[in-house]
Design a protein. Structure first.
Length: 655
């Protein structure tokens, strides 16, 4: 099979600002290279020394890495610790009255919680869980809105040694049921409702429906946080209100000291293509990854106001909301609502009001904000910002430039981060005080992350060519297995096609002649057009670079001659075109891609919509787009879609 072709163009380089370099945790490219060389020279001691420096151990480890049962690696496995202790107790001596969380509700109400207060609340809830006979090793499903209580629930589980599995609040009752059953959960923690964009959405009714589907005999208790008070009934004897559970509980709780390899959580990937995959993370290795990336990539300073916009239902909300910022002792923002309510200036107002210094969000959110108000950031005081971040998918260079010039006012580095649920923390990302930036590139691996690009036989490809992104050596924050399915873990992430020795990320990538990494899209989103293998992200970037286009998604469909035809779904910055206008714009955009990339990447068909089909977290559901492109009947669960009516628009072809 031919190599994946890289069709990205070169781009301008943005060196670190001298003032930023002077204050950064890792200053200058030489410092980055020195850390990488240290890891190459003595891999185990490199990670062992960092684990001793960054983590508070109850029982110190003597063994760094055990590779004897490849690929089920163990790190620091004779040591003991507690994650909640590392996130909360460690700060009670040094900064108990520092604000840990600034919570802004959908209606704008602000609540602040100090480290002392957060510790008290976590201990109370931990005692509440113990009173329900939840203990070490038990699985607990958390299905909650973005709130301080969601963090309390996660931290309380960690404190008692229970294994939590957070389910995004936008998932359907069926998806919730699948995860409860697979985990064998003994308890579910939820809320009566969640409030987003001025609308109340019942969570308790979804819990009730999920528990009525059968096969959930393991669930003994359901704890309900009263968010709105509209649904004031507890329906069964297993239901208990959060406030009743903690009413008489002590506000201290000695943490359960667990082995370094004790599972902290499982997090399920979407089950729309089959059984959900419960990605299982350890305690110590996962925590080390979040701590180091907070220090190296976010250049964390004690005075920072950190804001990661991700929901705790996703891994980004685990690593850079629930655990990483708290382990560093940071003050962070948690926002309940959506970026466009009550208007499209909400994000910028939050940054202004709370003097946010570090802002971490997704390219999807950035592009939607460009579409809804490209000049809005200029109406707010964003001078507190010093660092911007991007997560979730490759960011196209045009969106990067808007983010850099308009939001960051050409003075804030952008850390474009590549990582996954399975990796637990950042793998490729620029150290902002060391690495010159290229719009659209996630630059280089973090020190100790041995990433490279290989062809389908497992051989490394030279710079300038594309292939499969892999990581050659185990690293501490790597998932340990898939819950209850170790063989699936081995086959999925360490396939024999590549010799079984490398972690296969599932993404295609290329390195340019300077060695910079460029993510080209998922391997299953690589198009094979007339023998040329093209990454979908590059075609999408070309479309979005057109001044008419706000967002684009590209998929393939079978073609008798070319193998695959390129189908593009496009959202314009203006209104959705119809008739002759749609035809003319379609022709214009196809010619644009031909000019930008070449005729091989020219879309065979373009369809227009007011938006793309996304989950309520903003993730594009590409499987639905592939089904639409192929004219297939959509049979997947679409209950998590933000706007199901979009599907009908996108099913209309343009001649």
């Amino acid at each position: 099979m031919p190599a994946i072709k890289s069709i990205l163009h070169g781009s301008e380089t943005f060196p670190p600002d001298a003032a930023f370099v002077e204050q950064s945790n890792l200053a200058g490219l030489a410092s980055y290279h020195a850390l990488c060389a240290e890891a190459e020279r003595d891999y185990e001691n490199f990670w062992g020394n960092l684990a001793k420096e960054q983590i508070l151990w109850h029982k110190p480890f003597t063994r760094v890495l055990d590779e004897s049962n490849h690929p089920f690696f163990k790190w620091f496995d004779d040591g003991q610790l507690n994650i909640s202790y590392n996130c909360l107790d460690r700060h009670l001596v040094t900064q108990p009255d520092k604000v840990a969380i600034i919570f802004e509700a959908d209606d704008g109400k602000v609540t602040r919680s100090t480290y002392r207060d957060l510790h008290r609340r976590v201990c109370q809830f931990a005692n509440g869980l113990k009173s329900l006979d939840v203990g070490k090793g038990d699985r607990v499903i958390i299905y909650m809105p973005m709130s301080i209580e969601a963090i309390v629930a996660m931290q309380a589980c960690a404190r008692i040694g229970a294994i939590h599995s957070v389910v995004f609040g936008g998932f359907s009752a069926k998806s919730l049921h699948e995860r409860i059953v697979d985990a064998g959960a003994v308890a579910v923690i939820s809320a009566d409702e969640q409030v987003r964009g001025g609308k109340s959405i019942s969570l308790k009714s979804a819990v009730d429906e999920a528990l009525s589907m059968g096969g959930v005999d393991s669930v003994r208790s359901v704890v309900i946080y009263q968010r709105s008070g509209k649904d004031s009934k507890c329906h069964t004897t297993r239901d208990v209100w959060w406030h009743d559970l903690i009413a008489d509980k002590d506000d201290t709780y000695e943490p359960e000291w667990v082995n370094a390899e004790h599972p902290l959580f499982t997090l399920y990937t979407s089950g729309s293509t089959g059984k959900p995959k419960g990605v299982q993370h350890s305690s110590a290795g996962y925590l080390l990854g979040t701590l180091l990336s907070m220090k190296w990539i976010f250049d964390y300073k004690p005075a920072d106001i950190f804001w990661c916009t991700a929901d705790v239902g996703w891994v980004t909300g685990h690593s850079y909301v629930a655990y990483g910022p708290l382990a560093m002792g940071a003050t962070q923002i948690i926002f309940e609502g959506v970026p466009t309510y009550p208007d499209s200036g909400r994000f910028w107002k939050i940054i202004q009001d709370h003097k946010v210094t570090t802002f971490y969000t997704a390219p999807t959110a950035i592009r939607s904000l460009i579409k809804s108000g490209p000049d809005l950031p200029g109406q707010f005081d964003l001078s507190s910002l010093r660092l911007l971040g991007s997560v979730g998918e490759p960011i196209n260079p045009e969106a990067w430039m808007w983010y850099y010039t308009v939001v960051g006012q050409s003075r804030c580095p952008i850390v474009d981060t590549w990582w996954q649920t399975e990796t637990g923390s950042h793998m490729l990302a620029p150290m902002p005080g060391a690495v010159p930036l290229k719009p659209g590139s996630c630059t280089f691996p973090l020190p100790g992350i041995m990433a490279t690009i290989v062809d389908e036989t497992g051989h490394e490809v030279e710079n300038g060519k594309g292939g499969f992104l892999v990581i050659k050596r185990p690293f501490p924050s790597l998932a340990r297995t898939l819950w209850g399915d170790p063989e699936r873990f081995r086959k999925t992430y360490f396939p024999q096609d590549l010799g079984g020795k490398y972690y296969l990320a599932g993404d295609s990538a290329s390195r340019d002649l300077d060695g910079y990494f460029w993510i080209m899209g998922r391997i299953d989103d690589v198009l094979n057009v007339s023998g040329h293998r093209l990454g979908t992200m590059e075609i999408e970037s070309a479309l979005v670079s057109n001044p008419l286009v706000a967002e684009a998604a590209v998929v393939g469909k079978p073609h008798d001659i070319k193998g695959e035809a390129i189908i593009a779904f496009v959202v314009l910055k203006g209104i959705r075109p119809h008739g002759e206008d749609a035809h003319n714009i379609s022709v214009s955009l196809r010619e644009w891609v031909t000019k930008e990339i070449g005729p091989i990447a020219r879309p065979d068909e373009i369809r227009f919509g007011d938006n793309l089909p996304k989950t309520r977290s903003g993730k594009i559901m590409r499987r639905l787009l592939r089904a639409i492109a192929r004219g297939e009947k959509i049979t997947q669960d679409i209950s998590t879609l933000e706007n199901p009516a979009i599907l009908e628009q996108l099913q209309q072809p343009i001649n």
